[in-house]
Design a protein around this ligand. Structure first.
Ligand code: HEM
Length: 242
């Protein structure tokens, strides 16, 4: 494990860390890189499968305000997941600076997609004069949106607000932990969304018994494990102090 990979993403002033690595590459770090690549492709395979399933349903139903919900929520999941993996891991000073910028921009678009997808389903229910947040998926989805707003605000404060004390910048480590929890909850919400009556009725790719079974939740575990392959667990313990 190289020294600069272990150095924090943000320094005590909240700027991307400028520790430069001169340590020779070890074979263990080569193995770690291979594991990172494997993890990334497993995650992307899961994203592709989700996108194909959602698009296959959308292709069968009439285009309406409702269609915007699964479409933008899938885009949200793709961007959110890619936005997390883009920071796993960063090594040199330049990688850390660019990684943080990429993360912020991707997550901004993820946030906008979530807001669009949420507004679409909310408005669709207003149009149909239906009650809101009645299903497990709807209730969990609402909580996830609230969590997302908190997560984004917390990350912006830690990374971009100038002049904050190192103690506050040090809270970045919690942004990391809560981010992984948010990602897992978003995937679980999507599984419940895929199990909604309207989606199951118009699904033709996945056998309904599989779609409605816990096997799909196992697929989420698969995504979580794939992302975990790329986690540097020591980073969850601390950001500024090692
Ligand atoms: C990508 C896969 C998804 C599909 C196929 C999907 C599908 C659906 C469907 C069919 C409904 C209407 C039925 C119901 O209320 O349960 C719905 C509602 C809802 N979805 Fe999703 N959804 C997906 C992802 C998400 C995600 C990731 C979130 C949140 C992060 C979310 C949040 C909501 C909310 C809050 C409602 C209820 C809105 C209301 O009652 O006014 N959905 N979804």
């Amino acid at each position: 494990m190289s020294h600069s990979e272990r150095s924090p993403l943000l320094d005590t002033t909240g700027k991307p860390n400028d520790t430069t690595d001169h340590t020779p590459t070890e074979s263990s770090s080569r193995d770690r890189k291979q594991q990172d690549v494997k993890g990334l492709w497993l995650v992307r395979t899961a994203l592709l499968l989700l996108a194909v399933e959602v698009l296959s349903v959308l292709a069968r139903i009439p285009l309406s305000v409702f269609s915007l919900h699964p479409f933008f929520m899938t885009l949200f999941i793709i961007l959110l997941t890619e936005g997390v993996t883009t920071l796993q891991p960063t090594r040199t000073k330049v990688e850390k600076r660019l990684g943080l910028h990429r993360h912020a921009i991707i997550q901004l678009f993820a946030f906008l997609s979530a807001v669009t997808g949420f507004s679409a389903i909310f408005y669709n229910k207003v149009l149909a004069n239906k009650d809101h947040f009645t299903s497990g998926h709807g209730k969990l989805g609402l909580s996830v949106i609230a969590y997302l707003i908190f997560q984004a605000s917390f990350g912006i404060v830690c990374a971009f607000v100038p002049g904050l004390s190192p103690a506050i910048k040090n809270l970045w480590k919690y942004h990391r932990v809560t981010g992984y929890l948010l990602l897992s909850l978003v995937w679980i919400t999507a599984v419940f969304g895929l199990q909604a009556d309207y989606i199951v009725a118009n699904n033709w790719l996945i056998p309904p018994s599989f779609l409605l079974s816990n096997w799909l939740l196992l697929a989420v575990v698969f995504v979580v494990i794939s992302v975990s392959l790329r986690i540097r667990f020591y980073k969850l313990k601390g950001q500024v102090h090692q």
